[in-house]
Design a protein around this ligand. Structure first.
Ligand code: HAM
Length: 421
């Protein structure tokens, strides 16, 4: 027998039994996108690797350690090293915003997408090499109200799904005016405790000192004693953060100020936030995260335009729903169409009529005995069976409730109403 081929490490197949939970998270995300007036955007699954290096930062894990390079079979070495699968959508969306001259559209622009992302990371529970995000971005609005609106939107998403105990962690990591002094304060502080840093943190201290704060291997007291960005904010950043927090209070959105929250991508300015289930905090556990990136459009060659957005990890959302045993709304009833002999023309014709009336129909294609057909219908999850017999000549069928066993003759036209009744 030929050797079986397995799925790549860090990827998962979505099997039929996983479908209902995914349908649910995607439909709530799409419905909220509509209600919050976001417009759909799609960008390629792969882009020039340079876009991510420049946008996300050379020292971000997503670029430095996890970039998933792709190449064609042909072309020069340079061309073949030129692309990477997208680790996240924000850089691609900003590229598209610039390339398509979207700054001339009436703003602020509110854009959204749902799609797969790729990071060549070490797989573990909740961390995959291919995962799906619901992403929203607002371009052209610098004020704190939109920050609060997006944090409220994230919380509403989890709430509508039925997840409990989700907390929004909020911080401000300053801007070009105040961040340099804060970086220096971190360098001074951690520099005095080099012996207590991990190798990774010593390296981070040189390239991006803020990221030392989210090294999970550091002692709690060392991190708690570190300078806080909120103590180093310039007046504009402080006022902005105050505005965001006051609005969250006014809206009753559950949140905490989290001084350790720095986010893993370099494009962030001012507001940074993450959603986590209380007791399950830490970057690898975040259900979603986002923040402001007021310098990114300019960094990628466009006109200075403020931006803010979030990415919610749908894989982790589905896992959290399973963990909390969140009930899914019951799905539409499944109806089997069964018959006798080779009356398949009638079965398929009645199936088509009932589908046109909106029902989900699974016709039996066999010539087995009626009893066998009904047994398979139940196994397949059908709750009703439409049994075709001689009365079909008068557009009548027998409608059987597979849960109670009750059966009655019904006009084909009335089947949908009887089932939905
Ligand atoms: P991020 O924090 O890198 O942000 O990713 C957002 C979410 O994607 C995470 O909170 C997590 O739920 C999920 N996620 C990330 N990596 C993995 C993985 N390997 N496996 C499973 N889930 C994962 C961003 O991507 C930013 N683009 C968010 C944003 C949009 N900021 C502004 N606009």
């Amino acid at each position: 027998m030929p050797r079986q081929i397995s799925a790549p490490r860090g990827t998962r197949d979505l099997l039929p039994e996983d479908g209902p939970a995914w349908e649910r998270v995607e439909s709530v995300a799409r419905d909220l996108s509509r209600r919050y007036a976001f417009e759909r955007i799609e960008v390629p699954l792969f882009e020039r690797a340079e876009l991510f290096a420049r946008g996300l930062g050379e020292s971000s894990d997503a670029v430095e350690k996890e970039m998933f390079r792709v190449s064609g079979a042909r072309g020069s070495d340079e061309e073949r090293a030129a692309w990477a699968l997208r680790p996240e959508p924000t850089a691609g969306i900003v590229r598209s915003f610039i390339e398509n001259g979207m700054h001339v559209r009436p703003g602020p622009l509110r854009l959204t997408m749902i799609g797969p992302m790729f990071r060549y990371d070490r797989p573990q529970a909740g961390r995959y090499r291919q995962f799906t995000q619901w992403d929203v971005e607002v371009l052209g609005d610098a004020g704190p109200a939109v920050d609060a609106e997006l944090i409220e939107l994230g919380q509403r998403f989890y709430g509508e799904l039925g997840l409990t105990d989700v907390v929004a962690h909020v911080n401000s990591i300053g801007d070009a005016a105040c961040r340099p002094a804060y970086r220096q304060a971190l360098v001074d502080y951690f520099g005095a405790h080099l012996d207590r840093l991990t190798d990774d943190s010593r390296r981070r201290l040189e390239i991006n000192p803020l990221r030392v704060l989210d090294d999970k291997h550091l002692a709690g007291d060392l991190v708690d004693g570190a300078p806080r960005s909120t103590d180093h904010l310039c007046d504009e950043c402080r006022t902005h953060l105050r505005g965001v927090l006051d609005l969250l209070d006014a809206l009753g959105v559950r949140h905490v100020v989290d001084h350790r929250l720095v986010r893993g991508l370099d494009y962030y300015t001012r507001t940074a936030f993450e959603f986590a289930i209380a007791g399950h905090e830490g970057q690898q556990q975040a259900l979603g995260g986002g923040g402001r990136y007021d310098g990114l459009v300019e960094l990628l060659g466009g006109r200075a335009t403020p931006g803010i957005g979030f990415g919610i990890g749908l894989d982790r959302t589905v896992l959290a729903m399973a963990e909390q045993e969140v009930a899914l709304p019951s799905s539409a009833p499944l109806v089997a169409v069964v018959g006798s002999g080779d009356d398949h023309a009638d079965r398929l014709r009645i199936a088509a009529t009932l589908r046109a009336a909106g029902l989900a129909i699974r016709p039996d294609g066999s010539t087995r005995k009626l009893g066998k057909q009904l047994e398979s219908a139940v196994k397949a999850g059908a709750t009703w069976a439409v049994i075709i017999g001689a009365e079909v000549a008068d557009e009548q069928v027998a409608l059987k409730n597979l849960a109670t066993g009750e059966q009655s003759n019904v006009a084909v036209d009335l089947v949908a109403a009887s089932i939905n009744g």
